[in-house]
Design a protein around this ligand. Structure first.
Ligand SMILES: Cc1cc2nc3c(=O)[nH]c(=O)nc-3n(C[C@H](O)[C@H](O)[C@H](O)COP(=O)(O)OP(=O)(O)OC[C@H]3O[C@@H](n4cnc5c(N)ncnc54)[C@H](O)[C@@H]3O)c2cc1C
Length: 416
């Protein structure tokens, strides 16, 4: 089949790889000048199989109320006159019920485990180097109440076949000696030794190079304007290239991997994708002598600190504020200050670079993978807070569905 993949982020480039490997003729289209320049550019870097629980869980509504109006809140609702934001918020609340949250956790865990296995295979096959680390993730807790969650969380992970160990504060410091300098009082942790980290931008760049060598065509600097459809049939996709020239691209099938912008493109076709942009920030700086080597998730403040070669990155916060991509200091400074509290010798603060990205979030955090309602229309989008963790597995699932008509693992596929 001739297939056009719309979007060259983590989802698009990994989809292109698996489709090309299955023998298809693939073209990738993106408005940026290279791969992974938007949400996949500077994320937290965690392949976090040990965090399959979606944000929509029974504890979240209480936390949202507690944090309402606080400018440094980990989860911030900026209420807008935006019907979509309210509808999405309602759907999110529905997913917070214990039963739905548990079911979503099972789906995410299955996909995340499969995805990590696919990533390891791909890394070995293509010798990809992206500042990856296979030292695990240490989830840390700084209040008794938070630490009380460690044991039940470890039990849940064990049921899901995901390895983890509850750790005392002293054991945490043995796992990550840089915690010895912490000014915050550590209660304990949960260590997931099989989790990984890496730079998603570097990964996507390298995979795009491998794709090009394998025959995939990339059209960067190309704006995707709309789908052309008549009488329920897709005829092509209208584009504008970097010189402003308009044109159309035609294929046998089209895969939408446009992250937070997926919904708008297919809405005129009558498809309603439940995706809303959830903004997050990261700060990256040259690592100092006291920077951690093991990736840390501070469960009490909802931030991650990941080592990427000679850099260290702090990432976090979730903000519902439309498509705004501004980077206010009042949102990034709490991230940096907290990381400095944990690791006073973290790095060269004067050289810190801040970034913001829009997580393409579904209310359940289960991604949208599968066929749309028009012939030739497919999706691999809506990966929310775990788009790097689930990238390779989701792409492999979609490629198998498009090629062989079935998924290699049991996860819910998007309905036609
Ligand atoms: C602060 C933060 C921290 C995160 N940390 C982690 C983490 O530690 N682990 C994890 O697993 N996940 C993490 N994520 C989530 C992860 O980064 C995302 O889920 C993932 O990057 C989404 O990839 P994508 O390819 O779907 O979207 P994108 O990377 O946004 O790709 C979409 C592409 O579509 C293109 N595009 C859009 N519209 C058009 C158009 N009209 N025409 C042409 N091109 C278009 C864009 O240019 C872009 O390249 C984090 C996210 C954030 C914001």
């Amino acid at each position: 089949m001739r297939i056009i993949v719309l979007g060259a982020g983590l989802a698009g480039v990994s989809t292109a790889w698996y489709l090309c490997a299955a023998g298809h003729e693939v073209t990738v289209v993106d408005r940026c000048d290279g791969p992974a320049m938007e949400t996949s550019f500077a994320n937290g870097g965690q392949i976090s199989v040990s965090h399959p629980e979606p944000w929509s869980n029974p504890r979240t509504p209480g936390l949202v109320m507690k944090w309402l109006g606080k400018s440094d809140a980990p989860l911030l609702f900026r209420f807008r006159a935006d019907r979509r934001q309210w509808m999405w918020g309602m759907a999110f609340l529905r997913e917070c019920s214990p039963w739905r949250s548990h079911t979503n956790t099972l789906h995410i865990a299955r996909l995340a485990k499969f995805s990590r296995d696919e990533l390891v295979k791909l890394r070995q096959q293509l010798n990809l180097q992206y500042d990856q680390q296979t030292r695990g993730i240490l989830h840390t807790f700084f209040t008794e109440q938070d630490y009380a969650q460690a044991e039940p969380h470890a039990n849940l992970l064990a049921e899901l076949g995901i390895r983890s160990e509850v750790a005392t504060a002293e054991q945490c410091r043995q796992i990550e000696p840089a915690l010895h300098g912490s000014r915050a009082t550590l209660m304990g942790g949960l260590f997931a030794p099989e989790d990984e980290t890496g730079d998603a931008h570097l990964f996507t760049q390298q995979l795009a190079t491998a794709c090009a060598e394998a025959g995939v065509t990339f059209r960067y600097g190309t704006q995707i304007d709309r789908f052309d459809a008549r009488q329920g049939r897709l005829l092509g996709v209208s584009i504008t290239d970097a010189s402003g020239t308009r044109g159309a691209l035609v294929a046998d099938a089209y895969v939408v991997t446009l992250g937070s912008y997926s919904r708008a493109l297919v809405r005129p076709l009558g498809e309603r994708l439940p995706i809303y942009p959830v903004k997050g920030y990261s700060v990256t700086l040259p690592a100092g002598a006291g920077a951690p080597r093991v990736s840390i998730t501070d469960e009490s403040r909802r931030i991650v600190v990941s080592r990427m070669g000679d850099r260290v990155r702090i990432a976090g916060t979730a903000e519902l504020n439309g498509y705004d991509l501004s980077i206010p200091r009042e949102r990034t400074m709490p991230l940096l200050n907290r990381a400095l509290e944990l690791f006073p010798e973290l790095g060269e603060v004067a050289l810190a670079q801040s970034w913001a990205g829009l997580r393409p979030m579904t209310p359940s955090n289960v991604p949208i993978i599968g066929a749309g309602h028009l012939q030739g229309l497919y999706y691999n989008t809506g990966h929310g807070s775990l788009g790097w963790t689930m990238a390779c597995g989701s792409a492999r699932v979609l490629a198998d569905v498009m090629t062989y008509g079935k998924s290699p693992i049991d996860i819910p596929l998007w309905r036609k």
